[in-house]
Write a protein that binds this ligand. Sequence first.
Ligand SMILES: Cc1ncc(COP(=O)(O)O)c(C=O)c1O
Length: 364
Amino acid sequence: MPTTTTRIFNFSAGPAVMPEPVLERIREDVWDIDGSGIGVLEHSHRGPVIDRVFDEAIERCRRLAGLGDDHEVLFLQGGASMQFGMIPMNFLPEDATADYPDTGTWTTKAIKEARKFGNVNVAFDGSACGYDHCPSADELKTTADAAYFHYCSNNTIYGTRYATPPVSDAPLVCDASSEMFGRPWNHADHALVYAGAQKNLGPSGVALVIIRKDMLERSCRETIDLLDYRKHAAQGSRLNTPPVFGVYCMGLVFEWILEMGGLEGIATHNAAKAKTIYDAIDGSGGFYRGHAAAESRSEMNVTFRLPEESLEKTFVTDAKAAGMDGLKGHRSVGGIRASIYNAFPPAGCDALASFMSDFAAKHG
Ligand SMILES: Cc1ncc(COP(=O)(O)O)c(C=O)c1O
């Protein structure tokens, strides 16, 4: 069995680091959960053990998100990308328009999918500024009577985030994949919030979807059952065999976040970690150049460049030799990206900042 001594600092953008107490618990429950004599991977999804697992995950999610009875919590398959298609399929009539600020690769993909069903108004075009920030209210060009307003709260690839949720008269829809439950957010004011699990919530293979019941009533198209939110809601996310293991892990991760002090507590923990790395960038005399504009800096994905591409390669190789993996930037933007999700330990940020300082001294 591996122990913590064999684990290195994993800066992967996703699938990503999970909380160690959660991994320890999984190790036990894979063998035998709830003293049932059966492991969590082997239980029927229609028995009392998995009922308990789902009920607890939903209850903890509601507590974290501050939800009342007017929202459903769903666990769906197809990752966040399936939501790019399901949202317009269910909520964008052919003759209607939805607002989509484009803040990088993932919103660009979401826009492409939405255009298959109706009209899209690109409410902000971030390509003009190299996706270095999220739009302020003044920069948004919205549509009257939009079917909904879709945005991505944290842009994993560019390392930018909205400092506060955008405001719109249309129902708000948020892709929170790379920062779900990383800071307080007005989840209850949203018509729909979704997140692929594999960054802040658990393993890949499941997406969390929080949807307001009045949004369900706006469904505009008949589709196959598995792409219809109403059908999933009616069956408690068990329309077919659900991603049981992912839901189980999410439930444990939610419990861990609650133990960390809920969203306020985890936000404090995350801000301190991110500051350590941003301070190393800002204190490098220009050796490291952050990609994100100061007001849009993400606390989940810290992106920066070095003076030359060849140095970036050396940085990644040397960091790996020093026990820090996953620092290569996304292939579409290059540079370095340190993903430091909720479960990433502060010691890893300290280690990276100290490595950055030594590296700049040696190569600067
Ligand atoms: C913000 C964001 N949205 C969507 C996706 C796509 O997620 P999935 O691979 O679960 O479809 C990602 C993946 O990295 C992401 O970071």
